[in-house]
Design a protein around this ligand. Structure first.
Ligand SMILES: *Cc1c(COP(=O)(O)O)cnc(C)c1O
Length: 357
């Protein structure tokens, strides 16, 4: 059987070409006849990986030397703690917008480290919309937002305008669309949704933003230590960083963020149009807040779910079962998912309607 159409929510699909190059590097990296997994991270050959990888992130975000980039372990979840640890002052407070499970987890960590205010939330409706029109404080140490809510399928279409440092968890839509990166003080993303494999997390921070908390810092949790070490204060996750680089090279070579944004829009339009047209499906979120990455939907006749499941499985589709917090289905359409796969899913939805409506 050929490779399934992979709508997995995370870790998500990677380009075929990237997987091939990654497996080659496991045996023979950079013509060394050694595996990438068995050489020093401080070798010249690996240093090139780190340097290019930092540079390509800045290039795709269109920022210059006023930002530092680092790769860390611990997933985006460690950033829920590192952000307040590095930015939240003794007397100050942090402002958070609660748009889902991941945002809630970020808030939980910040509350342990200092004063934290939730200034807006969509928890009242099981996070099926993005809060709007709330007041943004001017005196908070930072405002934390989540650009794409992977589990509930909502996405910020506009970012808050503010003069306080803006911090964003972009784990599930990084480099899926153009953003004005210069508006952010800190952006972080676990790689495994849209940028690479699990194991490495990207953090990009504006110069001058750090070192203000007055806290005595633990080395491994101090961004400044990792920046100074060039992502090599300790042994970095060498293989995930390499595969992330390959994925970013793939994106750049094909036309960068502007190129993928168009395709991502086509994929999302195709699927959401079918969800709205098809009498057997309904979307779970407010239309204006729909995520172009994760589309959540339900069958209007839950008793037919088993029939639908059979159809998409027969069509070689994988990974569209919904998250337990929402139920139904979730189709994740990350950068590497071809438009063709969405067409196959839409055809299956049409067939389902024809047979059972
Ligand atoms: C998956 C996800 C996380 C958690 O990432 P880990 O790497 O598993 O810690 C955080 N935020 C968002 C938006 C996510 O999608």
């Amino acid at each position: 059987m050929s490779k399934p159409h992979n709508f997995s929510a995370g870790p998500g699909i990677l380009p075929e070409d990237v997987l091939k190059q990654a497996s080659d590097a496991c045996i023979n990296f950079d013509n060394l006849n050694l595996s990438l997994l068995e050489i020093s991270h401080r070798s010249k050959n690996y240093e090139k990986v780190i340097d290019e990888s930092h540079a390509i992130i800045k290039e795709l975000f269109e920022v210059g030397d006023d930002y530092d980039v680092m790769y860390l372990g611990g997933g985006a979840s460690l950033q829920f703690a590192m952000v307040p640890y590095n930015l939240l002052t003794d007397k100050g407070y942090a402002a958070y917008v609660n748009t889902g499970v991941w945002a809630s987890k970020a808030i939980k960590e910040a509350k342990i480290l200092g004063n934290t205010k939730v200034i807006a939330s969509s928890e009242d409706k099981n996070f099926n919309y993005i809060p709007k029109g709330y007041d943004i404080p001017t005196d908070a140490d930072y405002l934390h937002i989540t650009s794409n809510n992977t589990i509930f399928g909502t996405q910020l279409k506009e970012f808050p305008k503010t003069n306080i440092p803006l911090v964003c968890d972009m784990s599930s839509d990084i480099f899926s669309r153009k953003v004005n990166a210069k508006d952010f003080t800190l952006i972080y993303a676990g790689a495994q949704k849209n940028m690479g494999p699990a194991g490495s997390t990207m953090v990009m921070v504006k110069k001058g933003a750090l070192g203000k908390t007055g806290r005595k810092m633990l080395s491994m949790l101090d961004y400044q230590v990792h920046i100074k070490g060039g992502s090599m204060y300790n042994t970095p996750p060498v293989f995930p960083i390499y595969v992330t680089l390959l994925t970013l090279r793939w994106l750049k070579k094909n036309g960068g963020v502007a190129w993928i944004e168009k395709i991502n829009q086509q994929k999302a339009d195709l699927l959401y149009n079918e969800i709205d047209r098809n009498t057997l499906f309904v979307g779970t979120t407010a239309k204006e807040d729909r995520s172009n990455m994760n589309a959540c939907f339900l069958t209007t006749k839950p008793e037919l779910e088993a029939e639908f499941d059979k159809l998409w499985k027969d069509a070689n589709i994988s990974g569209i079962r919904g998250h337990r917090d929402v139920g139904g289905y979730r189709a994740s359409m990350y950068n590497a998912l071809p438009l063709e796969s969405v067409k196959v899913l839409v055809d299956v939805m049409k067939e389902f309607e024809k047979k059972f409506a």
